[in-house]
Design a protein around this ligand. Structure first.
Ligand SMILES: [Zn+2]
Length: 436
């Protein structure tokens, strides 16, 4: 390689896939409070500086620190079989030696709620709710209630533990984790997820008659830890105090490398910023890599508090947390009458095979914590996303360079358009409880 070629190679901007794989490979698992979380913060500061962003800094966030322990599930009767299981994030441990009980299968929360206490008491409840594979990923929203509330509802009726069929698609024998919630008025029982093949084995076994299962989970909640939101900007040329926020979350579940969730989103934000550095728009484009999206939203809530006085000047927020698939559309939630400001995007979006912006339930878990701020969101293909989401399979080989490149190009187009608008996108009506 000649010297010139080497120089060109070294100075070339990293591609979105290279950025995502750098975070996923070099940092890897990074659940809030872990060593990986701290390493991710250092990675993000370093990367933002390398890419030429301005005002690169961290803002402290106090985060939960939950650690996984031993995890085992075993069918003990009528057959003996080890099942692939994982604790849901935030779960308490089983008693020493584990818990063994007869399994009660239900398919929905509603079905469980309708059962009399004596049918649930002393059992392990198994929520066998099947997620539908759809390009929109809508099946996730339809199924995730059993992960969030399954243990609390089962405990209300005296169950000793709760297991769900993995909220996901695909057929890998890997369980998917994810956040769960306890309720203040009910006992805390352990909550886990079985891999899809094991959930199906358990279902077939129960179709033949009663079954018993032994569960051992030993996760622990440690004292809260310090983490940080990482922030960097491309300073606006004409209205530097007005902000278009590009957001993604830096934390990721501990089972995998957090490549699709959400190194891909981090990469989109950083790629858009690096492309704007040489030709800044009128308004400031601010990249915010949020702490603790997965099990607490503390990063977004802390940002909303710390920047409360400045949110009026947040013209829009665009969150990337939908994986690395091709974009096919753009959703918006903007103030009354402001949609016409987005109409000029129609033609350039069409060149990227993306349909015209459409009103919808736009905004991610983090950016919807910012009251009043208009939201924009890419519609990305998520048909395969939930095969690996929150599982050990969330590794960088799943990212296709061309698809992530396209999603990033669409985000750049939208971000630049909004950052250069003469007018603005109005304000969203403020809900009493922001977020979704
Ligand atoms: Zn995510």
């Amino acid at each position: 390689m000649t010297g010139l070629l080497l120089l060109l190679t070294l100075s070339a901007n990293p591609s979105p896939r290279e950025l995502a794989c750098s975070l996923a490979d070099e940092v890897g698992p990074r659940l809030s409070g872990s060593e990986g979380d701290a390493a991710a913060v250092r990675w993000a500061v370093e990367k933002m500086k390398q890419l030429g962003l301005a005002n690169v800094h961290t803002e402290p966030v106090t985060v939960p620190h939950w650690v996984r322990g031993e995890e085992r599930a075993e069918l003990t009767a009528p057959i003996s079989r080890q099942l692939a299981v994982t604790a849901l994030g935030g779960s308490v441990a089983t008693p020493d030696g584990g818990v063994e009980a007869e399994v009660l299968r239900v398919t929905t929360l509603e079905q469980l709620k309708a059962l009399p206490v004596d049918q649930v008491k002393g059992r392990i409840v198994f929520y066998d709710k099947v997620m539908e594979r759809l390009p929109s990923g809508k099946g996730y929203g339809d199924t995730v209630d059993v992960r969030r509330s399954g243990a609390a509802e089962a405990a209300r009726k005296g169950a000793v533990a709760s297991l769900i069929r993995t909220v996901g698609t695909g057929d890998a024998r890997l369980p998917h984790t994810g956040g769960m919630r306890y309720e203040p008025d009910v006992p805390r029982i352990p909550g886990g997820a079985l891999s899809i093949p094991d959930a199906e084995l358990l279902r077939r076994t129960l179709e033949r008659g009663p079954a018993r299962l032994k569960l051992v989970l030993s996760p622990r909640a440690l004292p809260d830890a310090e983490s940080a939101n990482v922030i960097g900007e491309v300073t606006g040329t004409a209205k530097p105090d007005e902000v278009v926020l590009l957001g993604a979350h830096l934390d990721a579940w501990d089972l995998g490398d957090g490549a699709l969730d959400d190194a891909a989103g981090v990469a989109i934000c950083l790629d858009v910023a690096q492309k704007l550095v040489g030709a800044p728009p009128k308004r400031t484009v601010r990249v915010v890599l949020f702490a603790n999206e997965e099990n607490g939203l503390r990063g977004a809530r802390t940002y909303a508090q710390a920047h409360a006085g400045e949110l009026q000047k947040h013209v829009a927020a665009i969150e990337s947390d939908s994986g690395a698939g091709l974009a096919s559309g753009v959703l918006y939630a903007v103030g009354p009458g402001a949609e016409k400001q987005l109409a000029p995007l129609r033609a350039p979006l069409a060149k990227l095979k993306v349909t015209a912006p459409k009103a919808g339930d736009a905004g991610g878990a983090d950016t919807t914590q910012l009251p009043g701020v208009p939201q924009l969101e890419l519609v990305q293909d998520r048909s395969r996303y939930f095969d690996i989401h929150h599982s050990a399979d969330d590794t960088c080989d799943k990212i296709r360079a061309d698809e992530l490149e396209q999603a990033s190009a669409v985000t750049l187009l939208v971000a630049r358009h909004v950052a250069n608008l003469e007018g603005d996108l109005g304000r969203l009506p403020q809900k009493s409880a922001p977020g979704k």
